[in-house]
Every structure is written in C-alpha cells, then in structure tokens.
Design a protein around this ligand. Sequence first.
Ligand code: PEP
Ligand code: MG
Length: 572
Amino acid sequence: MIVIKGVAASPGIAIGKALVLENEEIVINRVEIPPDKVRAEVRRFKAALDATYRDLDAAESKVLKMLGKEHARLIDTHRLILSDPLITKDVPKRIQEERVNAEFALSEALEVVNQAFEKIQDEFFRERRHDLFDVGKRLLSHLLKQERRTISGVRHPAILVARNLLPSDTLNLKESNVLGFVTDLGGKTSHTAILAQSMEIPAVVGLSDASHRIRNGDEVILDGDQGLVIVQPSPEAVEKYEKMRQRSIKEEEALDSLRGVPTVTADGHKLRMMVNLDTIDEMKAVLSLKGDGVGLFRTEYLYLNRSSAPGEEEQARAYSAIAKALDPLPLTVRTADIGGDRLAHLGLEVPKNETNPFMGLRGIRLFLKHPELLKTQLRAVLRASAHGKVQVMIPMVSSLRELQAARRIFRQAQDELAAEGVETAKKVPFGIMVEIPSAALMLDALIEEADFVSIGTNDLIQYILAVDRINEDVAHLYDPFHPAVVRILRHIVDAVHRREKKVTVCGEMTSDPKAVPLLAGLGVDNLSVTPRMFLRVKHIVRQISMSSARAMVERALTLSDSEQIRKLVSEL
Ligand code: PEP
Ligand code: MG
C-alpha cells in the first residue's frame, strides 16, 4: 500500500481500478518542402485550422448543454488562441520562409510561446499554457490525421491517472465511466480543477510522479477531501473508505429533509444561514436549498476571461435576475475583488508582475484606483435593488479612509440615478468585509460607516498568520483554530454587537463542520456557506447547544495552543 499526498482539487471519494493514460508525446519530424509544394502545405495547414474550429463548435454545444454558459467561455478562450496571429500568421510564414512541413512550423511556434509562459511568475496565468497546448494538439492531430485521445471512450468504471489533464479532456469526463482523476501536474486554480468541482468529480492533482508509480489496473483509493491517493490499498483501507463513501451518500440523502427547516440550535437559538454564490449558474441549486438568502455573491466571474470590464447594463441584468429570484430574501453583492490570484486575465491596465499579489492591488484598492469601475458596479447593484432585497459589500477594506472613499462613490451613484429618474430601493444597506487585521482592530471606527459586517476568514486567516492561501508549501500552517484567529474573531463580533449591528461569517470556515460550533459559540449572527456544505452545516447547528458552545468558547479564549482549542471544540 502506497499513500501519495497531493493537492485536494475536487472533493469526494472514489475507489476503483487505475487507467493510466500514456503520455501523449507526439514526435514531429522536420520535413523539407519543395518550393512548388509550399502553397499546398499552407493550404493543408489552413484546412486543419478549419477542422479545429469545427471541433470547437462541437465542443461548445456539448459544454453548453452539460455545464452552461459560464464554462462554455473556455471554448471562447480556445477560439481566441486559434485566431491569434501566432497561429494564423506565424505558422504559414514559417512554412513559406523555412520551407518546412506544417507540423514542424506549428511545433516551433508553440515552443516559442511555451518558453514565454515558463517565465511567468503568476501561477494562474502560467497554468493557462495548458489551454494553448490543448489547442495546439487538436491542430496537430488534424495535420497528422490522428484520432485524438477521447476519454469518453473509457469502457469500464476507472480512476484516470495522467501526467496532466487538459480542460477539454475534463469536459468529456461527465459522460464517461471516470470515477475520479489524479494528475502529476496542476494546482487548485487550474481550469481543470475548477471544472472538476463544478462537475462534482473527485480529483487530486499536483502529485508529481503518480503517473509513473501507479500501473494500469492497480486498485486505487482517491480521497478528494484530504488530497490523498492510496495505491494498492490494504483490504482494511478499502473497507474503511467504502464505508465512508456509503456513509456520505446516506448522510446526503438524510440531509434532504432539512431544506426549508429553520436553523435553530438544540436550545432554541436562531441563526440565519445564507449561501455563497460564485456564478449565476448556481442559482437553481441555491434556491433549492431554501436558505435565508445569499450572504456573499462573488461577482468576479463577470470580470474574468474577457478583455474589458462588464458594463452597467450587463451587470444590472445579472444582479436584477438574481435579486428577483431571491426576493424577499436578501442578496449581498460584493463589489468585485479582482487582484491577488484573480487578476491575470482581466484586460485592465494593472500591474502584472506583483511579487506579492495577495498584498497587492486587489479588492477595493484596485477599484479606488479605477473609480469608474466601482461606480459602474455600484450603479448596477442599485438598479437591481428595485427588483429585490439587495445589499452591497466592500471587500479588502483596510482603513477608514478607504471605506469613506467607497461610500462617497456609493452616494454619488445614488444621486446620479435619482437625478436620472432611475428606480432604486430607498435603502440599500452598505456593509464591509472584515478580512484584513487592521480592519478588525479598527472596527469601532469603521462600524460607524458600515451597516453590517461580514468576516472573510479566508483572507483574514492568511493575513493574521502570514500564510499565502494558495501556497501548498505553507498550507499546513493555515489554521482556523489558531488562538490568534479565535481572539480576533471574538474582538470583531464584540465590536459589531456593541453597535447593535449584525455580523456574518462568509469565508470557507463556515463550511468546515469542525469549525461551525466555534463560530456559533462566538456569537456570530449569520453564516454564509458554500451550497455543497449548506445542509450539512445546518444539521450541525441544529445539534449544538448554544449555552455549551458559549462556555466552550470562553475556555478556548484562555488557551494558547491550537491543538487544545481544536480538541475542545470537537468535544462539544
Ligand atoms: C474570504 O476572504 O474569506 C472571502 C469570503 O472572500 P474570497 O474568498 O473571495 O477572498
Ligand atoms: Mg476575501
């Protein structure tokens, strides 16, 4: 039995036989083309280009049907690559000038770009080179008249093992017999990981040499929650994981009855439970959970994969549709937190090579530098407020000055719309995310200008503990039970309650079943949870005794070791 630790890319457990995909090394020979055949060679290349466009059209309709508009944008990225002069101009030029075969000219052109990508520091952007190879391979296979590997052809249920999976491979998985996949390469932010989560296919990536260590037909356990792959497991391990898998299926079924049931603790204390929404595509799932509204609508998806920011009209349409669907439940629209790891492919004039992007120009900092972007978004949110209960929330606030500047722009947007005779709600609550330690410590001042507060534990923890949230090397230091975290959370809750306002937590800590009793005991009013964990967290809250949770937190605050705190919380 071998246990290999990787990056947990998509949750869930899969048990089955490994299907190891051979590395797709295509050998390309340089072939000299006689002068009178050069034009025909260029034509051959153009025909392959057309065939690749047709592939993309076919892939697009498949993706639209299976996953919706949001994911179909990936195909647009591929079309963009295909229409890049690097492909359309450089390759024919190489064929003509160097008198070489199309395959060779294409591989040379791709290599030049590959080297440029290699030098990019930003992981998200560097990972985009897989999109380029994906397109390049499609083109090559048409030139070589080879059948491309299609994973939908997997005949028996299997766990796919590969050096790397391209996003287009991943899109084929849903219709196949693939139970889950493991890859040597990849990080949490790759398109492949993002797609796996949306399609609910368990995955572990970043395993470095798993595709060499695992053989075809090996029995494999894939633990997408812990990021573990167990090869040739002992019968006991198989039994343990099989039980876990069955248990989690049964638990999911049992949780169904909690839809629409109030979130009340065992001793009668009511908590509001809301949902985090990352794209409009998740709305159906969110509505079916029958929660208390959306506590965090991450609007960044509207800004990504495009060369210019979305306009007011487009945004107003999106926000209004969601507000209407939720009405009378609240929709909390967070102004876009672009920057950090969500910057690279936005077509704004912003610094590209920040050494420390999470401490760089992101969230409200970026929007105050480009106030027209903030104004446009706030106008769109205000317009949506005519269609439902909308509130707005500002991310990454670190000082009173920033908050006041944002508020000024909010008031300007309100005044402009009023002067234009555009209908909006009379009162649109204006809140802040507390996710930077300075904001937490200054909350007594900030709270005067904010109608509500939502704690972003993902960032707050990364900044309190100085642990980059996407850096795998320090992931073990990222600790929601660290005494410093517990103390700051208490400080925030108290500061908000002193002003008789409400505090929500919307970071992933709300979706960690082990941490929920701690948040309840701290006196948090609202939890905003990922849709997938919503019912599970509700179930936990309903079992908690609030008085015991409060007493437990009082004790936790006296402890100075996170393991002791973790133990205390687990014993509740
Ligand atoms: C957070 O930081 O906890 C949060 C909810 O925001 P994001 O994860 O989008 O940075
Ligand atoms: Mg955040």
